[in-house]
Design a protein around this ligand. Sequence first.
Ligand SMILES: [Zn+2]
Length: 131
Amino acid sequence: MAKIPNLKVQCPCGREINHPSEYKLLLLKLEMKEIDILCPNDVCYLRELGYVKFDVKDSKLIFKEAAFYPPFVTWNASQLGSEKAEELLKLHLRILISEVMDWPRIKETYFRYYTAAGERREEVSPEGSEV
Ligand SMILES: [Zn+2]
């Protein structure tokens, strides 16, 4: 096993990210089975650094793919060299998905949303008699 590497990368806004747990995760696109990876800096001009996509099968969430967007990747490549940046960012995604992300909570949120939408639809009376 290799030594624990220095995980530091940087957003083009200047914010250093020392560990994947520093990213903010946004569940706004959960409906589209997508989670946004945001810069920890609230006033970052880039904001969205990447995404995580999942699939749903047999009431389970299955990880599909994750990636960082080109501006973030290119910036780090220019700072660290493209090989090192690629390696580090891949590691960031792996740690983010396997250790940082709270999949049970994401799953609960995802299914609660769909259940609620389904119940609301059933509330509509087929007769439409009660006004
Ligand atoms: Zn930023």
